[in-house]
Design a protein around this ligand. Structure first.
Ligand SMILES: [Zn+2]
Ligand SMILES: [Zn+2]
Length: 216
């Protein structure tokens, strides 16, 4: 008889924590989007949060401001911020931790997470706000990585460029593909590769529909 442990299909860590973030998101109280976040170090969850109102404050239900097409929801605290708030309440250090979120973090959450000591951002769904700024930032921030792990398809990682030993043109094409600023990418590519990138504008144009699909 085969060892019955061989038959166990074990989730890998990234899938495990992304699924956990999706579970946490189900407590979200804003109709606009349910987002969840789990902060992890050494495979241990340290803190978690979902997009929700301040403690004891009313939820978003019936608030016109939360509906799609109006300005941002002002009532909720974002999932990532709530995870950091939970750590602050409970006295948990987040230095050198990673965060798993259901959606791409917004620029404000990203900044606060970086300053809280979070190094790697894993996310499931590419979500449109601020995505360009985030990818641009990864060019500059030492040791900060963004990892997009879609449900179907391979994971993609953006890291500060000095960590990539031998970047080629495909490395920079991916930055453009995922919304990074064309001028900036072109400048850095030319500097790092030491050649003129003549087809950059044409490439950017050719992937417009691909980009729309990713962030729609
Ligand atoms: Zn709301
Ligand atoms: Zn946010």
């Amino acid at each position: 008889m085969a060892d019955r442990f061989e038959q166990l299909a074990r989730k890998d860590w990234n899938e495990y924590f992304l699924d956990l973030a999706a579970m946490v998101a189900t407590r979200g109280t804003c109709e606009r989007l349910q987002v969840g976040a789990v902060v992890v170090r050494d495979h241990l969850p340290l803190a978690m949060g979902y997009a929700g109102s301040m403690r004891k404050a009313p939820h978003c239900e019936g608030q016109e401001i939360c509906k799609e097409g109006t300005s941002h929801c002002q009532r909720t605290v974002h999932a990532e911020m709530n995870a950091i708030a939970m750590a602050a309440r409970e006295g948990v250090r987040l230095k050198d931790a990673d965060i798993y979120t259901t959606h791409t973090p917004c620029w404000n959450c990203f900044k606060v997470c970086v300053n809280a000591g979070i190094r790697t951002f894993y996310f499931r769904h590419a979500y449109r706000p601020d995505v360009k700024t985030l990818y641009n930032a990864c060019f500059y921030l030492d040791g900060i990585s963004l990892v997009h792990i879609p449900e179907d398809g391979p994971a993609r990682t953006w890291v500060y460029s000095h960590q990539v030993k031998h970047p080629d043109l495909n490395y920079f094409k991916d930055f453009i593909r995922f919304g990074c600023d064309l001028e900036l990418t072109k400048m850095l590519a030319e500097r790092m590769l030491g050649v003129k990138w003549t087809g950059a504008e044409e490439f950017a144009k050719s992937i417009e529909t691909e980009k729309e699909k990713i962030f729609s």
